[in-house]
Design a protein around this ligand. Structure first.
Ligand SMILES: Cc1cc2nc3c(=O)[nH]c(=O)nc-3n(C[C@H](O)[C@H](O)[C@H](O)COP(=O)(O)OP(=O)(O)OC[C@H]3O[C@@H](n4cnc5c(N)ncnc54)[C@H](O)[C@@H]3O)c2cc1C
Length: 338
């Protein structure tokens, strides 16, 4: 319950992020998000979540019974859904570039392609080594996600890098309306869920699966194409423009790790399963802690650096993904036969 409540609080911060993303950085693509049910017996989970969010956080998610949902998302696979009107989906690269431009305007210089390869504390100062030189810093924030900083063993040891996959179709034009009448982002409620969103130029961005394996673009495309056709057989023959995989960081306690871990050394990682919005929240939290002594980061103290038990953790994670996948497939089969 505690984890769920904190998670919901983080979700709610998405609405604060919205102002920055939408107004200043112009990265918002469309409004709204839809959680859809692939299995009949998932309804309770969604209804509980709807109640929890309304009761504790004043968030209004609207129940969409099957007939209404299928008007919006034209797939036979879905039962009912929850619509979150205040959600939004946005272009993460535009967002990153927007933040870089805003930082530049404040006089900051960003150095791309300069990996930090060592970090040492030396007479009250941090020394960061790069392939071409050294930087001295009063304060360091490690925010290296699933790509692992390689700078502090306990920090890297506390997360599992887990891959997820995305592809983008060619522009669908009028065919977009054959599959979706809404422009909301959609995700289903299975463990390894499909997530997709219509882009402003009528391409469909389709994501899904979690795995310990990074895959080639060809293999990502093959897997996701199959998944997409299960939901929208109408799209058979559609060309895929891009496919890729990337890494997220997961902690064993499934919460982000945010806070101070040494003198003037801060951490923000393990956002896998939580997404981009809480990363922005963590950035705000750590910035105000460093600049103003804000102590709110301590609220995350219970979710610290717990070993992810690598390499056994990888095996455990993959087994539990497979097991969850098998359970989902079993439910699929049972429902489609019965
Ligand atoms: C394919 C994919 C789809 C996703 N879809 C969604 C989605 O639809 N919605 C959503 O909310 N979230 C989504 N996510 C999750 C989201 O991208 C992450 O939660 C978020 O990016 C985490 O942010 P971060 O800053 O912690 O890590 P990252 O964004 O991974 O950034 C970490 C950075 O640290 C750099 N780095 C690592 N080590 C070093 C070093 N030693 N020196 C210098 N730099 C270093 C890396 O190069 C990287 O640029 C998706 C993730 C993936 C991979």
């Amino acid at each position: 319950m505690r984890l769920q409540a904190l998670d919901a609080a983080l979700d709610r911060r998405a609405h604060d992020v919205r102002e920055r993303v939408g107004t200043d950085l112009r990265a918002v693509d469309h409004e709204g998000a839809l959680a859809v049910l692939e299995h009949v017996d998932g309804a309770e989970v969604l209804l509980d979540r709807q109640k929890l969010l309304a009761r504790h956080f004043g968030v209004d998610w609207q129940w969409l019974p099957q007939a209404q949902l299928r008007e919006q998302v034209r797939s036979e696979r879905y039962h009912d859904g929850l619509f979150e009107p205040k959600a939004f989906h946005f272009h993460p690269l535009k967002y990153a570039r927007g933040i870089a431009t805003a930082a530049g305007a404040l006089g900051l210089t960003l150095h791309e392609h300069s990996p930090a390869i060592a970090l040492q504390r030396d007479r009250g100062i941090w020394r960061i080594t790069t392939p071409t030189g050294e930087v001295e810093a009063e304060t360091v924030v490690l925010a290296c996600g699933g790509y692992l900083a390689g700078l502090r063993r306990p920090v890297d040891a506390a997360v599992l890098p887990i891959a997820t996959y995305v592809m983008v179709t060619e522009p669908l034009g009028a065919r977009m309306d054959e599959i979706m009448r809404t422009r909301a982002a959609v995700y289903d409620t299975r463990f390894a869920f499909d997530y997709y969103r219509p882009l402003p130029d009528t391409r469909l961005l389709w994501g899904g699966r979690i795995s310990v394996l990074q895959r080639s673009p060809e293999s990502v495309e093959r897997l996701l194409y199959r998944d997409m056709l299960k939901v929208f057989p109408q799209l058979r023959g559609v060309r895929i423009e891009h496919a890729w995989s990337g890494l997220m960081s997961y902690a064993r306690h499934q919460m982000p790790q945010i806070g101070r871990i040494d003198d003037e050394l801060w951490l923000a990682q393990a956002f896998g399963g939580h997404g981009v919005a809480p990363t922005t929240y963590a950035g705000d939290l750590i910035a105000s802690a460093i600049a103003e002594g804000d102590e709110r980061w301590r609220e995350f103290a219970d979710y610290g650096l717990v070993s992810a038990l690598k390499p056994a953790g990888f095996v455990g994670a993959q087994m539990s993904y497979w097991w969850a996948g098998i359970k989902d497939a079993w439910k699929d089969l049972a429902e489609r036969q019965g």
